[in-house]
Write a protein that binds this ligand. Structure first.
Ligand SMILES: [Zn+2]
Length: 334
């Protein structure tokens, strides 16, 4: 009976400690350097670079080529020399404290996201000729003399990925193009980030990131809407539409968000520049036409709006691709 109770207590502590181990180890006096995830001497058996703390499974995991793999309990035992009963009690005290303080967040609150977005925005600066954002846009065939104020250049933006325990880890820093995403009332709901490397998108798996999933009809308002407004999905495509047509343009960021897009009432002429996703699942076209349909249906209530949808001819292309090819062809002919 006593054994059972002890086992249950250990299980309960393990459950509560899961995903919290880096904090627990720190709180119980393990040196920050041991937890820095780099190869180094093993705190248990020595050597030069045989040890690495990974927290791979959220159990304070480490691996050592000398004494083998282990987790937070074993690490504490080896470093502090405590017996298992002591360790259990100390960790138990810790997780009591941690879970009371943090309450295990799944996603950060919208309020925290807004604060984070604001901080990042303030670290960035307006785009200027010759900076990394300008270089990137030029490489995409987009030469602008004036840059929209909703775009900014961040010289070194942290790139994060979630580990197995769901904790965000900084993988690298890249220069980045930031785009302010504005909701109907004009307040910034989030930032769209394009990580850059040497004038191109960084070779990360997803070079584009939005700080939150719920952008719900918000847009990157690259140019002020007049009675005419062009809409495109991506920021680069939207800029290409502006360069080519001179129309004010907003970027919807994603196909899914396009059909929900909020448009000001003064806009009477809407030109939707769809992506051709015929090579995939037709998302680009479907969402562009869904927006067109929504606007035409709403027409009965509001005034008559003129809505046009333009789709590039070739599967897998957007309007930025089309016009870049034109330019290249023109150059070859010249
Ligand atoms: Zn070792």
């Amino acid at each position: 009976m006593e054994t059972y109770a002890f086992g249950a207590r250990v299980e309960a502590i393990k459950r509560r400690a899961h995903g919290q181990w880096s904090g627990i180890l720190r709180a119980l006096g393990v040196d920050e350097k041991i937890l820095n995830r780099r190869n180094q001497p093993c705190p248990l058996c020595g050597g030069t670079d045989r040890f690495q703390y990974t927290d791979k499974y959220g159990e304070g995991n480490y691996h050592c080529r000398g004494c083998g793999p282990g987790g937070g309990f074993k690490l504490l035992q080896g470093i502090q020399g405590w017996d298992f009963g002591t360790i259990l009690t100390r960790v138990e005290q810790c997780v009591g404290g941690i879970s009371a303080a943090v309450s295990r967040p799944g996603e950060p609150s919208p309020d925290r996201m807004k604060k984070l977005a604001k901080r990042i925005w303030n670290e960035a600066q307006p785009v200027r000729q010759g900076d990394e954002v300008d270089r990137y846009l030029r490489n995409r065939g987009l030469s602008l003399s004036n840059f929209p104020r909703v775009l900014r250049f961040h010289p070194a933006l942290g790139y994060y990925e979630k580990d197995n325990a769901g904790k965000s880890l900084k993988i690298a820093e890249y220069p980045a193009m930031l785009a302010c995403v504005q909701a109907a009332e004009g307040d910034a709901v989030t930032l769209h980030r394009t990580y850059l490397n040497d004038g191109h998108k960084a070779l990360a798996i997803s070079a584009k990131k939005v700080l939150s999933a719920g952008i719900n009809g918000a847009a990157v308002r690259l140019f002020e809407a007049t009675d005419t407004l062009a809409i495109a999905e991506g920021i680069e495509t939207a800029l290409a539409v502006h360069v080519r047509t001179g129309k004010p343009v907003w970027a919807a960021i994603s196909a899914g968000n396009m059909e929900r897009l909020w448009l000001p009432e003064i806009v009477q002429h809407v030109c939707i520049y769809a992506d051709n996703d015929a090579d995939n699942q037709y998302d680009g076209q479907a969402c562009a036409f869904a927006l067109a349909r929504r606007l035409k249906k709403a027409e009965k209530k509001a005034g008559a709006r003129h809505v046009e949808v333009y789709v590039p001819r070739h599967a897998g292309s957007d309007w930025a691709d089309v016009w870049r090819l034109h330019l290249e062809n023109d150059r070859q002919l010249a």
